[in-house]
Write a protein that binds this ligand. Structure first.
Ligand SMILES: [Zn+2]
Length: 269
């Protein structure tokens, strides 16, 4: 799954050997986690990016606007998870992205599954799907954008993501997390919404046999949330107050459930 991301226009990178701090725009930036040195996440990151089972991986289709968000979770995800490719764009075509092509080639040949994480009518429960099919390599595809962006991206790319005649490529959703939002980095539209990183980690928890996979992936996100609470009075207040729902149409409905998305909410930073 480690494609040539620069050539793909993607932005994922899986950790770095360079752990020195750089200076970006006058503030010191950690050379490993790319966060400000005062908010470094490195002690919560795994020593090496987590590898999934052989032949398995994650592809995040990221709306171009998500790259600008300060509190985006996908950059943290790609530091924690080795088998994760991020493809930036609105429209994806067959023959354009080698990692996507390879996943769908395997699915067409019947040797692998593709699970497209996107909730709504027509989405099947991921846990039930996993229980119903024999264990074999899989690719998890998630969309990273606001609710509206993700909706448009799913619609635009549906023929590529769920091609006719490929039954092992399926649209799936997650069961709502118990207790609502776990780490509300932004105000979320309603109970059960998750950031992209939480949604991917939750899906991997279902797909993988390793019970510690989900908490290991989420550890740096928990650190990010803890650090941001220290910087952001509104985030701290929200955490103390409990879960806060905003109901904005700008924001991405994720679980309940489903896919990825960091919402279009406030970037409390
Ligand atoms: Zn760091």
């Amino acid at each position: 799954m480690e494609g040539d991301l620069a050539a793909l226009g993607g932005c994922a990178s899986s950790g770095s050997d360079d752990q020195g701090a750089g200076d970006e725009g006058g503030r010191i930036v950690c050379g490993r986690c790319d966060r400000p040195a005062s908010a470094c996440l490195c002690d919560a990151l795994p020593d090496e990016p987590i590898r999934l089972e052989r032949g398995c991986g994650v592809i995040v289709l990221q709306h171009p606007n998500e790259r600008k968000r300060k509190l985006a979770t996908v950059p943290v995800l790609t530091k924690a998870l080795g088998s994760c490719d991020v493809l930036v764009g609105r429209k994806f075509r067959a023959g354009q992205e080698p990692v996507l092509d390879e996943a769908y080639r395997s699915a067409r040949e019947g040797g692998a599954d593709v699970f497209v994480l996107y909730p709504g009518p027509g989405a099947r429960d991921l846990a039930r799907e996993v229980a119903a099919v024999p264990r074999r390599p899989w690719t998890l595809v998630a969309i990273d954008g606001t609710w509206q962006q993700a909706k448009e991206m799913f619609k635009t790319n549906e023929d590529v993501l769920l091609p006719a005649g490929v039954p092992s490529a399926r649209r799936v959703s997650l069961r709502p997390p118990e207790g609502g939002i776990r780490m509300p980095l932004r105000t979320e539209p309603e109970r059960g919404c998750m950031t992209t990183m939480e949604a991917v980690a939750s899906a991997l928890g279902v797909l993988s046999d390793a019970p510690d996979l989900e908490p290991r992936i989420l550890a740096p996100l928990a650190k990010l949330y803890g650090v941001q609470k220290g910087f952001s009075p509104s985030l701290k207040a929200r955490a103390e107050r409990g879960i806060d729902y905003k109901g904005s149409r700008r924001q991405r409905l994720v679980a309940g459930g489903g896919g990825g998305g960091d919402g279009g909410g406030d970037d409390d930073e």
